[in-house]
Design a protein around this ligand. Structure first.
Ligand SMILES: Cc1ncc(COP(=O)(O)O)c(C=O)c1O
Length: 418
């Protein structure tokens, strides 16, 4: 892995020097970013890139604009969910033909949970993480209730599988990088443990894809799914991705079948017959404009390696942690693990007034976000975040804390989106 050295308690000049030798620095030019603003929320919504705009414009003007309905054939629209899955596959260590882009993450989780439960008909328990993203918790409970047999969901402490993997466990569903703390789990160790117990393993990679190198093949994951609007920069509400290991294809059934996953959609048959491969997991007409945005967003990834991204991600998060430690000792609890092996690409700071801290920081030109009850969250997307951004963000954080601007009564009421 390429090494990016971080000087302890860096000066702004040190950070400038790191930017000058950063192999990823040119990628920043691809993105629309506001002058003077530091964007540390790409773990929630990545910025738009030139290639996204170009590809969406191509669809609007040429494919939809002039081609109209013929573009389902002529522009390859029907194949986009599978073709883009193949494009995305290397980013998660999957092979071509194992990934699909469709729906949104919660819906893809529903498909995988429903399909997986049908594969373990004699088992009655799903294990998940009590602090998992709430949408994961809602959908797993809903799918368990509709399994056609009694299935209970047991929410355990994150990653604490010891003593939980009884012979009644059908499925384990975990999010690899925790959305609050940014803690990363060891996918291979956990998947192995789960398989040893005869259960199936489903990974939510929402905060992992585009953030750190992944190898679903080597990890032995059965199934995985994740977002494309975070580190992959495909736009608000962009379609999600779904991974089904080759050995499960033709076996795992899509519990939400639709005409687009039928073997012969234009025969309009009464009975459902699944298409081959990943196409069977498509339900509805693909959202072409949104898929075009993802197509454009993936162009950026053709020019970088995940090893480069990871090296810079760790250097950026190390730098942020060091500067917060040095400049604001005792003000925050740094919730994110300091151990590289356990860290995603975000840093979470605990503070009793975290909402006010984030709101005041936004007014100071640093965009992060707040996660209930007390987490100020900062995402470090190596494609466009610079080392000087980290330095300046911490300086502005020092200002927010020293002036106590976070206590302003305007921040007593929360916005609907935090
Ligand atoms: C870990 C995790 N799972 C699931 C979701 C839900 O994704 P979607 O809105 O695409 O259903 C999110 C959204 O941020 C998430 O972070």
């Amino acid at each position: 892995m390429a090494k990016v050295e971080v000087v302890s308690i860096a000066s702004r000049e040190d950070c400038g020097a790191l930017d000058a030798s950063d192999v990823l620095a040119p990628q920043r030019e691809e993105f629309s970013l506001n002058d003077g603003q530091i964007y540390l929320d790409g773990n929630s919504l990545g910025p738009v890139s030139r290639s996204v705009k170009a590809r969406v414009n191509e669809v609007l003007n040429a494919e939809w604009g002039r081609g109209l309905v013929r573009s389902w054939n002529d522009a390859g629209w029907s194949e986009m969910p599978v073709r883009l899955g193949d494009r995305l596959a290397p980013l998660i260590g999957a092979k071509a033909g194992e990934v699909l882009v469709a729906d949104t993450l919660t819906l893809l989780l529903a498909k995988l949970i429903g399909g997986a439960l049908a594969q373990r008909p004699d088992r009655h328990v799903v294990l998940t993480d009590v602090a998992n993203f709430h949408s994961d918790l809602y959908i797993v409970q809903a799918m368990a209730a509709r399994a056609g047999r009694p299935v209970s969901v047991k929410a355990i402490e994150r990653g604490e599988l010891e003593g939980e993997l009884s012979e009644d466990v059908a499925l384990v569903m975990l999010t690899q990088v925790d959305f609050r703390s940014g803690e990363a789990l060891d996918m291979k160790a956990i998947s192995t443990q789960v398989h040893d117990a005869g259960a199936l393993m489903l990974w939510d990679l929402a905060h992992s894809a585009g953030a750190l190198p992944l190898d679903v093949t080597d990890a032995g994951a059965d199934f995985a799914a994740g977002c494309t609007y975070k580190y992959l920069n495909a736009g608000p509400g962009a379609p999600a991705f779904l991974y089904v290991r080759k050995s499960w294809q033709g076996v795992l059934e899509n519990p939400l079948p639709g005409w687009q996953g039928h073997a012969r959609p234009f025969d309009f048959e009464y009975d459902y017959a699944p298409a081959n491969g990943m196409q069977a997991f498509v339900t509805s007409s693909p959202p072409i404009i949104a898929l075009a945005a993802l197509d454009g967003a993936l162009d950026v990834w053709d020019h970088v390696s995940m090893e480069q991204v990871r090296a810079k991600s760790l250097a950026l998060t190390d730098l942020f942690i060091e500067l917060v430690d040095a400049r604001l000792p005792g003000v925050f609890e740094i919730v994110t693990p300091r151990d590289h092996a356990k860290r995603g690409s975000q840093v979470a700071l605990r503070h009793v007034d975290a909402y006010g801290v984030i709101q005041s920081l936004i007014e100071h030109g640093v965009i992060g976000d707040f996660r209930d009850p007390d987490i100020a969250r900062f995402g470090f997307a190596p494609l466009y975040v610079r080392f000087v951004d980290v330095f300046d963000a911490v300086e502005r954080l020092v200002d927010v804390i020293n002036t106590e601007s976070f206590k302003d009564s305007r921040f007593a009421t929360r916005h609907p989106v935090t």
